[in-house]
Design a binder for this molecule. Structure first.
Ligand code: PLP
Length: 411
């Protein structure tokens, strides 16, 4: 059986044109309702949601809309017909994905590596940088625990010195966010690690001013953008950072276990890959970070369907909706006497955290789940204590009313 006949046979079994076996072909977008809430009702209809749970913890990980699930299933089915052939010879097409992802985050395709999550992206850089004992790394107490653990491992193993910053959270004052970082810099500082959109509270830390200062001093900047991509506009060239890590299974709604590593072109040779690349791969090639071994190509390729879905809505409209959802419930919640916000008004986007007097975060999260079937995240890190509410594109305003009712009735 020749290649084409084989593919047509596989495609026939799946009821697909054979081109869909090799990669995800974009289906024609459904007609978009014109009225705003009708539009969001259509968006919601694309998500297969839990029948009895109000999920307001989309910050941890997001569900996939139907086109992503379909792409995933079909690619997976096709791959299983003959994995070594279909997956490796036909489906593994990283270059179009690389270009599309680069276009979404102000990068050159040659600066984007496909990885499994932010942890892999950021730890590739944390462990891949050449540092010596006594070199200093500036990071915040409110950074993500896995990255803090990675830096602490370098501290314990190699004597890299960690200089901790405490940010005045929450704040809409950009200077106040910048100052602690600048005060922590010394002639020995080699790296600034910072989180752009802080997962605990949704606080946004403006990156550009800090990278400008860092560049003047020859300091490497690594940005944790796990929550930023497809949530708020991201432009790595404009940000001026050297490296960044992104999770695509959060705000892009791509398959679980997808992420990207951004490395400014000139910095690629400076970073060792976590999984050693073959000797014929030049040190300047971003693909050296993709030498992982066997991974799910269907999972990776279904990112294309998530990009299609994202582009159908558009970044500006998404960001505006996230702001609208957050402000809708938070303003009302703040009229309650025991509620206090840990999230600023301007330097934030879709997620927000509140503290409720008399309730520990875990107790309140458990109560909302058990009593009202509302899922939220309990936050207790770096002195930040509260419950984090993360709606997503599919969340309806009436559901946020349910949350508000539950808060009003708290014993
Ligand atoms: C700020 C931040 N960084 C990194 C991560 C890790 O992301 P992942 O689990 O996708 O690697 C998260 C996860 O929530 C996060 O919030």
């Amino acid at each position: 059986m020749d290649r084409r006949t084989f593919l047509e046979a596989v495609a026939g079994l799946l009821g697909l044109p054979f081109s869909q076996i090799a990669h995800w072909e974009h289906p024609a977008p459904p007609p978009r309702p014109t009225e705003e809430e009708d539009f969001w009702a259509w968006v919601r209809s694309e998500f297969p949601l839990h029948p009895s749970l109000l999920n307001l913890n989309n910050g941890g990980v997001s569900p996939h809309p139907r086109p992503v699930l379909e792409a995933l299933f079909r690619l997976e089915l096709a791959a299983n017909e003959a994995p070594a052939y279909v997956m490796w010879r036909l489906q593994d097409q990283k270059e179009p994905l690389r270009s599309r992802l680069a276009a979404l985050c102000g990068a050159d395709p040659e600066e984007i590596a496909l990885v499994r999550n932010s942890t892999e992206a950021l730890e590739t850089v944390i462990f891949g940088l050449n540092l010596r004992a006594g070199d200093e790394v500036v990071l915040a107490e409110s950074d993500y625990p896995s990255m803090i653990a990675a830096w602490k491992q370098r501290e314990a193993r190699e004597g890299v010195r960690l200089r901790w910053v405490r940010l005045p959270l929450p704040t809409d004052d950009e200077e106040a966010l910048l100052r602690p970082y600048l005060e922590a810099l010394t002639p020995k500082t080699r790296v600034i690690h910072l989180t752009h959109l802080i997962n605990w509270t949704g606080q946004i830390v403006p990156v550009e001013r800090l990278t400008t200062e860092a560049r003047k001093r020859g300091i490497f900047t690594l940005v944790d953008a796990a929550h930023s991509f497809a949530h708020v506009p991201v432009d790595f060239h404009a940000w001026g950072c050297d490296a960044a890590g992104v999770s695509l299974h959060k705000w892009l709604c791509a398959p679980f276990g997808t992420g990207l590593l951004y490395l400014r072109k000139e910095r690629i040779p400076d970073i060792w890959p976590l999984f050693a690349a073959p000797a014929d791969r030049p040190p300047t090639d971003i693909r050296k970070f993709e030498h992982l071994g066997t991974r799910s190509i269907p999972t990776e390729q279904a990112i294309a369907a998530a990009i299609d879905f994202h582009e159908q809505i558009g970044q500006a409209r998404k960001t505006e909706r996230f702001f609208q959802l957050r402000r809708y419930w938070l303003r009302e919640a703040l009229t309650l006497p025991r509620v206090r916000s840990l999230t600023p008004d301007r330097l934030a986007a879709g997620l927000a955290t509140i503290a409720v007097e008399g309730w520990t975060p875990q107790k309140l999260a458990d109560y909302l789940l058990e009593k009202h079937r509302i899922l939220v995240a309990a936050i207790d890190w770096a002195g930040l204590q509260g419950i984090r509410i993360t709606p997503h594109l599919y969340t309806r305003l009436a559901e946020l009313d349910r949350l508000l009712e539950a808060l009003k009735k708290l014993p």
